[in-house]
Design a protein around this ligand. Structure first.
Ligand code: NAP
Length: 546
């Protein structure tokens, strides 16, 4: 079983009471261990005897077995005092009546000055021979900039130390691929091991530690209290990522994009796994965009798929990688859904566990048409007489238009830059042999009347470029004869939806489309239709209340 250690940093004597009550909350939330980070305390107080007394109080009153760590500044901690005092502080705890379950000391510090640590080591040895409840030594190494070049030598050195109860390695991940090395290290370990990647790419190593039998993972009780970059909260680990249900055979899914931290995918798909009893976990999988975007995508997704024991079975793919996914699946000889070919972008990767190859599909397109039909109470064959304005010419517009064209609708694309809209209209006019797709500058939208307006820009989106604005001028006719479909789903009631409601128009929110495209993905991955009500509940509970 992989333990959850709640890491709590204590800085001042006055913090002790609050820290103990945070520890009690962490225990209540399901942590198995407390890591008392006392380096701030030791740094701020020159009288080490007092620090030792306070540390002993923490150990004595800790609601869970604990690790005591006085982390040195060179390895990400706050302590920059003399090493002799630090070693003596640890020794005072190991020899006391109320011993911590573990102490954590950096391997490099012990190597730098063996004589400084000799007395602590003999004390640990004596305790080890005396009692089963002796304090164990975690030997650790950290790099807050990158993967250390001599990582393997460090691990070898720590593992060989006869006093070492557990090895800990933590480094700043450069990409998702670093997590895979952490998993390989856990697989090949000789002693209980903690292998964690830090930073925005490292979450996977923290959440999937149970899959590779990691000794423990660190979490915090409150988001604002991280003691290392990228630590999740205990609630995130247990409730969002279903940490207790992750095991060797758990299938791994995620959302690939840049950025992905705002994605609602983890909230809904993990809730779906709980409802259906499917053994899966869904994670944010950040892959940077930019100049060498496809190379990053190809190398990272390829490594996830090819890892022998990760069990990576699929992903939702979002901005800016939808076109990269199509190219990647084609290059790997996978199956490309004909709709994806027409749209030129995919949003779902399926990695079959059997011998069949990769597959990519686009669930945005059917979800958009279905949402429109349901919202307007019409069938697909009733689009023929409708005049539809699509606002925006990006990825979502690209997914929405082919379905509309196929249903015979008259589509005008309005975009900020005419060139992009013209290109998109031409593509569909040629491919679909449809004369009904026109392109116009967004400024001209108020000159005509439309039956349906579909917002495919991020305007009105929480965290987007213009969260409080409307994507169309107020002079556009919005009355009871008009239907407004806003594909933005965070928040569900965007300024456009509110304006349309106020003026009597029919409205369809992006939530319908988002939930539906997710249920289609879920079904492709698990063979069971995505539980719609669960998804809606999870979405309404997560981040954006309005
Ligand atoms: P995209 O590819 O980046 O395209 C964005 C489009 O919006 C472009 O046409 C862009 O115009 C236009 N735009 C951006 N900022 C603008 C501004 N300030 N003023 C006027 N036009 C602006 O994005 P996308 O993938 O199509 O996604 C668009 C939105 O769809 C997302 O923000 C998301 O909220 C929503 N979405 C919903 C779902 C769902 O399931 N409901 C799924 C995916 C996305 P230019 O061409 O001139 O740059």
């Amino acid at each position: 079983m992989t333990l959850i250690a709640a890491s709590i940093a204590v800085h001042e004597p006055d913090d002790i009471g609050l820290s103990l009550s945070r520890a009690a909350d962490a225990a209540e939330s399901g942590a198995n261990l407390i890591e008392w980070r006392i380096d701030g305390l030791a740094q701020n107080h020159e009288v080490m005897d007092e620090v030792a007394n306070l540390a002993q109080q923490l150990v004595r009153e800790s609601p869970l077995p604990c690790i005591v760590t006085c982390r040195i500044a060179t390895e990400g901690g706050e302590y920059s005092g003399d090493e002799q005092s630090r070693a003596a502080l640890y020794e005072s705890m190991v020899g006391s009546d109320h011993r911590p379950r573990y102490i954590d000391v950096e391997w490099a510090a012990m190597r730098r000055s063996p004589s400084t640590w000799a007395s602590l080591r003999s004390c640990l040895k004596v305790e080890q021979s005396r009692s089963d409840l002796h304090t164990g030594l975690i030997l650790s190494t950290h790099d807050f900039t990158s993967r250390p070049a001599d990582l393997l030598q460090r691990i070898e050195g720590m593992s060989r130390d006869p006093l070492c109860a557990a090895v800990k390695v933590a480094w700043q991940a450069r990409s998702l691929r670093d997590n895979l090395e952490a998993f390989d290290l856990l697989r090949d370990r000789h002693k209980p091991m903690i292998a964690l990647c830090m930073g925005q790419f490292g979450l996977m190593s923290r959440v999937l530690a149970p899959k590779f039998d990691g000794f423990l993972t660190f979490a915090v009780d409150q988001e604002m209290e991280v003691t290392a970059p990228g630590q999740p909260t205990i609630d995130e680990l247990k409730k969002l990522y279903r940490f207790d249900r992750i095991g060797k055979s758990t299938r791994v899914y995620g959302v690939i994009g840049w950025p992905v931290s705002h994605s609602q995918g983890p909230a809904i798909h993990n809730a779906g796994f709980t409802t259906t009893g499917f053994d899966g976990v869904y994670l944010p999988l950040p892959i940077p965009g930019g100049p060498v975007e496809y190379e990053h995508f190809k190398a990272t997704v390829g490594a996830l798929i090819d890892h022998p024991s990760l069990n990576f079975c699929g992903a939702s793919v979002t901005i800016p990688h939808k076109e990269n996914l199509l190219r990647f699946v084609k290059e790997r000889g996978g199956r490309v859904d004909p709709l994806v070919e027409r749209i030129g972008a995919a949003n779902t990767l399926i990695v079959p566990s059997e011998f069949s190859g990769l597959e990519c599909i686009n669930t945005d397109a059917p979800a958009a048409i279905h949402s429109l039909c349901a919202g307007m109470g019409i069938n697909r064959n009733e689009f023929g007489n409708l005049r539809i304005a699509v606002i925006g010419a990006g990825g979502v517009a690209r997914a929405v238009i082919p379905g509309l064209v196929e249903c015979g609708a008259n589509v005008t694309i309005f975009n900020r830059s005419l060139e992009r809209a013209t290109r998109l209209a031409a593509e569909f006019s040629i491919r679909e042999a449809a004369s009904g797709v026109e392109a116009k500058l967004l400024d001209l939208i108020a000159r005509e009347r439309f039956d349906v307006l579909i917002n495919c820009t991020p305007i009105g989106m929480h965290g987007g470029p213009a969260p409080d604005e409307l994507p169309i001028p107020t002079s556009v006719v919005l009355d009871e004869s008009v239907t407004v479909f806003d594909t933005v789903y965070t928040p569900p009631r965007t300024p456009l939806i509110q304006q349309a409601e106020a003026r009597g128009a029919k409205t369809i929110t992006g939530v319908d489309m988002f939930v539906l495209q997710a249920t289609l993905q879920f079904e492709k991955w698990t063979g069971t239709p995505g539980p719609r009500e669960t998804f809606e509940r999870a979405l309404s509970r997560s981040a954006h209340p309005t």
